[in-house]
Design a protein around this ligand. Structure first.
Ligand code: CUA
Length: 338
């Protein structure tokens, strides 16, 4: 993909040029300052050198004008760096609502990728051009870091925590995925590839994968296998809360607080059920599933619970690519549970 020596990795995402421009600016300012300082050192060393043995220099009073100038000017330049950097940082960590969600689990020493439609792959990631893609990263063991230089995105992958990186790929091709956090003996071999495809190619790839059902369907299967379905019933008779309509809602707890039922809450409830007890239910009814489910299983279970959200059917929403405009953000009609 690259010919000869290049100082920058490929720029294959929408935000890559922006990041690069800021970087050019930083280099530019550094070069100008370095040249100014070294030139001043050289010139002053010659101009103000001692010319005779008994020369006594004139006392210097200082100059308010000069001091204010060399304080204010660098301050303004720094402010530009701060403002510009903050904007890029904010944009880089604020995914659009309709971004296509893909899951990546880091494990010594590989990346395990899952798509909502059910495809799974290892050290390979496929994404379409022209559409915001959000990668939710999780770790099975230690701290990794998900890094795609060509997209100028990087995020630490911390055990017990979900984080998102997002990008809009612009150039079809194959680019490196690196692990950017030392994670054990084969850290340097924890390398994957992202394949950027046109929207049509991606749609074909997605539907020709031969996946064993969507992530939500796989989650539902697990839900049965693990026996969750014996207590989480669809009516009030169950010993555990009804899950339909829970995702994305505010859940009232037995201590009177409320909590937003998001991915982190559901993950915690599976691994540490006693951490937050829903009002009207009791402690120690549900066993922990720590050690029985992998990070990938957890994501499938969460996708299943998500699919039970209000206003959604059991099927995951069909994601359209290319030419169809942006997908609706899955807004739920208010006030209807079943
Ligand atoms: Cu994973 Cu380094």
């Amino acid at each position: 993909m690259q010919q000869g020596i290049s100082f920058f990795p490929d720029a294959a995402s929408a935000n890559a040029p922006e990041v690069d421009h800021l970087y050019y600016f930083l280099i530019g300012v550094s070069v100008v300052m370095t040249v100014l300082i070294f030139a001043a050192v050289a010139i002053f060393a010659i101009k103000y050198r001692r010319k005779s043995e008994d020369e006594i220099p004139k006392p210097i009073e200082g100059s308010l004008k000069l001091e204010i100038t060399w304080s204010i000017l660098p301050f303004l330049v720094m402010l530009v760096m701060f403002g510009w950097g903050a904007k890029i940082f904010y944009d880089a960590y604020t995914p659009p609502k309709d971004a296509y969600l893909i899951y990546a689990v880091g494990k010594q020493w590989m990346w395990k990728i899952q798509y909502p439609e059910g495809q799974r792959e290892i050290n390979e990631l496929h994404v379409p051009t022209g559409r915001p893609v959000r990668i939710r990263v999780a770790s099975e063991d230690v701290i990794h870091s998900f890094f795609i230089p060509a997209f100028r995105v990087k995020h630490d992958v911390v055990p017990g925590h979900y984080d998102d990186v997002w990008f809009t790929a612009t150039k079809p091709g194959r680019y490196h995925i690196f692990c950017a956090e030392y994670c054990g003996t084969e850290h340097s071999g924890m390398i994957g590839w992202v394949t950027v495809m046109t929207p049509n190619d991606f749609q074909n790839w997605l539907t020709s994968g031969g996946a064993e059902g969507s992530m939500a369907a796989q989650g539902e299967k697990l839900f049965q296998q693990l026996g969750c379905s014996t207590c989480h019933l669809s009516d009030e008779q169950g010993r555990c809360p009804i899950l339909r309509g829970v995702y994305g809602s505010q859940v009232l707890l037995d201590d009177g607080k409320t909590v937003l039922a998001d991915d982190a809450y559901i993950r915690e409830s599976i691994l540490n059920p006693n951490a937050k007890i829903v009002a009207g239910f009791s402690k120690d009814v549900m066993p922990t599933f720590q050690g029985q489910v992998t990070e990938e299983n957890l994501l499938q279970l969460i996708e299943y619970v998500k699919s039970l959200a209000v206003g959604r059917t059991n099927q995951p929403p069909v994601q359209q690519f290319g030419g169809k405009g942006s997908a609706p953000a899955g807004k739920a009609p208010a006030g209807k549970t079943q």
